[in-house]
Design a protein around this ligand. Structure first.
Ligand SMILES: C[S@@+](CC[C@H](N)C(=O)[O-])C[C@H]1O[C@@H](n2cnc3c(N)ncnc32)[C@H](O)[C@@H]1O
Length: 249
């Protein structure tokens, strides 16, 4: 039994991998490990979807959560689920809109950026806006460059590394009508917009630039303990998705 087995509406309110093993495994990395960091905090949930992580943050003791999600039907689902499970209405605010527009001039203690960092090409701008919220702790759960494509990390302080630069961003295109992809934006042409899958090293590099230390969930160790979750989490298991923790220095 995992967290979401007690709140099984979340298995129906989204078509974006609402698999029990997957949601429960992600809960361990995103919420359970960070319960002390979330307790009593004002939390922003970027790409809040059907409210799964806003809800879990509240259950972990967050003082207030704010969700930002552009797809109205998902925001409606989140509202209905929160009401269904009796969450006090003054504990949350679920906004419909674009993360970049929303983030300007807002203050939060913790920012969750889950399943979104690879649905934008504006990574640095997003981290800049998050840093400006004053948040001391950020969780980024995202696809990253696959191990077979990754360049070895370098021990260099050169700010303009020319050879063997591991801080890459792989270009991909998102079909904007798909619920789990980027929402239509200014870069959209013919039903697709541009997005980028960063390398692990690029996340660390950008986090460092904006004044954060980076740590990472140990997914291999997690799967040794929970082999039953592997097949629902192939991206994490094969190492092309991970969960990062950014602490303000
Ligand atoms: C793969 S889902 C991730 C859902 C959830 N955060 C999770 O990790 O399980 C990507 C989400 O990003 C949302 N999204 C797309 N463009 C966005 C934007 N410009 N601002 C905020 N959210 C956006 C999508 O509507 C979708 O709900």
């Amino acid at each position: 039994m995992g967290f979401f087995d007690d709140f099984s509406r979340f298995f129906q309110t989204s078509t974006t991998s609402p698999l029990p093993h997957r949601l429960n495994g992600r809960h361990d990395a995103i919420i359970a490990r960070n319960a002390a960091r979330l307790a009593g905090k004002r939390v922003l949930d970027i790409a809040s979807h059907d409210g799964r992580w806003s809800f879990a943050a509240l259950k972990a003791g967050a003082a207030h959560v704010t969700g930002i999600e552009p797809r109205q039907s998902l925001v409606d689902n989140a509202r209905q689920t929160f009401e269904h499970y009796g969450i006090a209405s003054d504990a949350y605010a679920l906004h419909t809109g674009d993360a970049f527009e929303f983030l300007r001039k807002r203050e939060f203690d913790v920012v969750l950026c889950l399943g979104y960092f690879y649905h934008t090409i504006r990574h640095a701008e997003l981290l800049d806006l998050i840093e400006r919220t004053g948040a001391g702790f950020i969780v980024i759960d995202t696809e990253i460059t696959a191990p077979q494509d990754a360049l070895p990390d370098v021990d260099s302080t050169d700010p303009r590394l020319v050879f063997g630069n591991p801080y890459g961003i792989q270009l991909v295109r998102d079909q904007v009508e798909d619920q789990q992809m980027a929402f239509p934006d200014a870069l959209t042409r013919n039903g697709y917009t541009l997005a980028g899958r960063t390398s692990r090293a690029a996340i660390r590099y950008m986090a460092d630039h904006f004044g954060f230390r980076t740590d990472e969930f140990d997914w291999p160790a997690h799967f040794r303990e929970h082999p039953e979750q592997r097949s629902a989490m192939v991206d994490y298991d094969e190492g092309w998705r991970s969960t990062f923790y950014l602490d303000r220095r």
